[in-house]
Every structure is written in structure tokens, then in C-alpha cells.
Design a protein around this ligand. Sequence first.
Ligand code: FES
Length: 107
Amino acid sequence: MKNKISIKVLDRDGIYHILNIPTDMSLNLMEACKAYNIPVEGICGGMALCASCQCYIISSHDLVEKTDDEDAMLSEAFNVKKNSRLGCQINITKDLNGLEIQLAPQE
Ligand code: FES
């Protein structure tokens, strides 16, 4: 599909969801999940201040580097793994087609 990418999300109940997300709406991964009613809270609204959008990156996509803010938040969050990222800090671009993520447990 033109201007849309497909992302696979494993939720906390072990269920996979396929999201078809437009690349031209300036969405981030947290917002994309919310648009599909996947239970990602996004309490801080995408400011890298809450970690409620934490997810684990399963596929081997090259993602944008973490900012200092994201690094700092993840260093304080629970259930952080090597492949943890804050969904709100990852913008939806064409390069993310086929991305696979898992939601981190809720704190
Ligand atoms: Fe708060 Fe991502 S929504 S850190």
C-alpha cells in the first residue's frame, strides 16, 4: 500500500496485531498503537517522560539513535531490556515497514 507500512505488535496477552500505518501523518509508534486501540498508555503525551510506551524491538531494523532524554528515561524505567525503546520517540517512516515489536509489561 502506498504511503502505508505494516508493523507487527505482540501485546501483553500474547496476541499479535498487524498495524497498517500511514507514513505521511507524522505519527510515532506510540500514537500508531493507540490508533489501533492497543493498550499503550502514553501518559506524558510523547515527551520521553513516562516510559508507559516502552516496547521491545524484535526485528532487526535500524532505528534512530536514542536521544539523551530517551536514554535517561529508560535508565529509570522498569523491565528494561537491551532492545527497549520508547515508542513515542520512534517516528513512523517507510524504513520501518515490517517492524516487529512487543509491548513491555505495565509498571
Ligand atoms: Fe511517555 Fe513515551 S509516551 S515516554
